[in-house]
Design a protein around this ligand. Structure first.
Ligand code: E4P
Length: 228
């Protein structure tokens, strides 16, 4: 499963990239508004940090406006993915952009039939929002399972990008469902890594390591690192 970070904060993207396992970045107008940055400046900076797919969303909701913005975004960097709303004009734009070779991420997906339309339009990614479905007492992860089955049935190449992730359980279940990507809030990245038993176990190993008579490897390592 590929990991994208879902944020408009540059420092969070830099931190996530440090792990060496970051595959891409998603943004949306709400995240960018929260950052206080100009959208274009922010996206250009993100493209310098991460060379994986970077989703930049159109703000227009009509075909001509969407196409205009999509062409502007597409020129920013080769790894730009134009994020389109899952509405009639968004689907039409997706068909046109796919024909032009522009990568697309069709967003705000809440049903399997919406995902089917996006795949037929040639979307590179489909973004089903699991957390927002859970918020209104629908099973967000069931949507992922249904889209997986539909895409596999017809061998659609569109990648399932699980969005609106709230916690590590979403990541586990998305991986079990065979989703291609999760876009993860920065806070959840940290939660994926941490386990109290790992910390307790490592503390004990470090303490016990002091009791081992020093051998050649340890002596050479300490010398190489300038330790006594
Ligand atoms: C990602 O592309 C989405 O915009 C994002 O995951 C939405 O998450 P939210 O429901 O937490 O706003």
């Amino acid at each position: 499963m590929k990991f994208f970070v879902d944020t408009g904060e540059i420092n969070e993207i830099r931190e996530a990239a440090k792990l060496g396992i970051l595959d891409g970045v998603t943004t949306n107008p709400s995240l960018v508004a929260k950052s206080g940055r100009k959208y274009m400046d922010l996206v250009k900076e993100i493209c310098e940090i991460c060379n994986g797919p970077i989703s930049a969303e159109v703000l227009a909701t009509d075909y001509d406006g969407i196409m205009y913005e999509a062409h502007v975004w597409a020129k920013v960097a080769p790894n730009i993915v134009v994020k389109l709303p899952l509405i009639e004009d968004g689907i039409k734009a997706c068909v046109t952009l796919t024909g032009e070779g522009v990568k697309t991420n069709v967003t705000l997906c809440f049903s399997p039939t919406q995902a089917l339309l996006a795949a037929k339009a040639g979307a590179t990614f489909i973004s089903p929002f699991v957390g927002r479905l859970d918020d209104i007492a629908f099973d967000g992860m069931q949507l992922i399972r249904e889209i997986r089955t539909i895409y596999d049935n017809y061998k659609f190449k569109t990648e399932i990008l699980v969005a609106s992730v709230r916690d590590p359980i979403h990541i586990r279940d998305a991986a079990l469902a065979g989703a291609d990507i999760s876009t993860i809030p920065f806070k959840v990245f940290g939660q994926l890594l941490k386990h109290p038993l790992t910390d307790i176990g490592l503390k004990r190993f470090v303490e016990d390591a002091q009791k081992i008579p020093k051998g050649t490897m340890i002596i050479e390592r300490d010398a190489a690192l300038g330790k006594k």
